[in-house]
Design a protein around this ligand. Structure first.
Ligand SMILES: [Fe+2]
Length: 357
């Protein structure tokens, strides 16, 4: 299979992985032949990329970080809690269901063999708070695993991150989904969501207080200047420092009402550049080891004009994956060639850009 930008998916292409809506329900199953109508509809819903069959990439498996079942459990949990609080701000969060959803994610991640390559499904779907919360949780837990947290710590971290934006249910949708620049007073309202979330979680004694602090502190910044309290460095709990990196990376690589999704390698660069100012440098170090700048499946153009798709990661050299070359400039190759960018003879070849094809 191959990851293709939806604008380049051809009429008659065969879907290699099911397409799901934000509730986790299957819209189109694997094996479906994509018609022009389907492609147009998926574009309208907001899908940017699809996995399609391609016999040149038959042997390439792209495994998700978490299983579809785990994703469905997480979706329905976050959706259920979000809707309940929107209808009744005094409703109680069912901590047991949050714990269960997080436990499933943790188990999937612990049993996943090549985590580095498995974040491909984070890129480019439509934005909903619950979708964002799940992806952010997966990424935060990957960092927690890299940090060698024990099961209890992972659950505390995960429960906090899954609920980190729950305070947004108290903010008007008009402000949250506004396309233009926010007015000062609107931004002041948004800045209340960490405190709202903290209150929800800490008042529920089935959550650890540390999980509540993830919600409270996830917009604080390492060098100060974040909100709501302008904490600095280790005044911010480590869980919240992890949540902050995961939250920003996930937000940048998702579509927002006011902008398109950023390319994964640019979002990766953003996180690296902000080490020591916005983010804790040690957490950024973990991030650089746990996340692939060029996720498996993505199209790339090399400095020698060759073009292809990433088929495998090199965990020791994340920015130099293995690329299957299918074109030289504009000319398609009869036989694809696999190029390992980490091999000594290939070190002069750079990735110029990712491709929308
Ligand atoms: Fe937030």
């Amino acid at each position: 299979m191959r990851l293709v930008n939806i604008n380049y998916v051809k009429d008659g292409a065969v879907l290699a992985r099911p397409v799901r809506n934000s509730n986790g329900q299957i819209l189109l199953g694997a094996g479906i032949v994509l018609t022009k109508d389907y492609i147009e509809k998926l574009k309208t819903i907001g899908f940017d990329v699809l996995f399609v069959m391609d016999n040149r990439f038959e042997d390439v498996e792209i495994n998700y970080a978490i299983s579809d079942k785990t994703k469905e459990i997480a979706y329905s949990t976050v959706r259920g809690i979000t809707h309940a609080l929107e209808q009744d701000p005094n409703a109680e969060i069912d901590a047991g269901s949050v714990r269960y959803a997080v436990l499933n994610i943790v188990q999937d991640l612990l049993y996943s063999s090549d985590i580095l390559s498995n974040l491909t499904d984070i890129i480019g779907y439509d934005e909903y708070t619950f979708h964002h919360s799940i992806n952010t949780t997966v990424l935060a837990l990957l960092l927690g695993i890299e940090k060698k947290y024990n099961q209890n710590q992972l659950i505390e971290l995960g429960m906090g991150v899954l609920m980190h934006d729950i305070g947004k249910t108290k903010i008007s949708r008009e402000i949250l989904n506004k396309k233009g620049k926010l007015l000062d007073e609107e931004f002041e309202q948004i800045k209340n969501h960490p405190l709202f979330g903290y209150d929800y979680i800490r008042n529920n004694h089935d959550f650890s207080l540390l999980s509540a602090h993830v919600a409270f502190q996830h917009h604080e910044q390492w060098a100060g200047g974040g909100y709501p309290r302008g904490l600095e460095e280790t005044e911010i709990h480590e869980y919240a420092r992890i949540a902050s990196v995961a939250d920003v990376y996930e937000a940048l690589t998702s579509k927002r009402p006011y902008r398109d999704a950023m390319e994964p390698y640019l979002a990766y660069e953003y996180i690296i550049v902000k080490a020591g100012t916005q983010f804790d440098p040690d957490i950024v170090n973990l991030f650089s080891r746990a996340v692939a700048p060029y996720p498996t499946g993505i199209g790339v153009q090399l400095s020698n004009k060759m073009q292809g798709n990433v088929i495998r990661q090199n965990p020791e050299l994340p920015s130099r994956p293995v690329v299957r070359i299918i074109a030289d400039g504009d000319v398609s190759l009869d036989k694809p060639i696999d190029l390992d960018l980490s091999s000594p003879q290939n070190l002069s070849i750079m990735i110029n850009k990712t491709l929308n094809w």
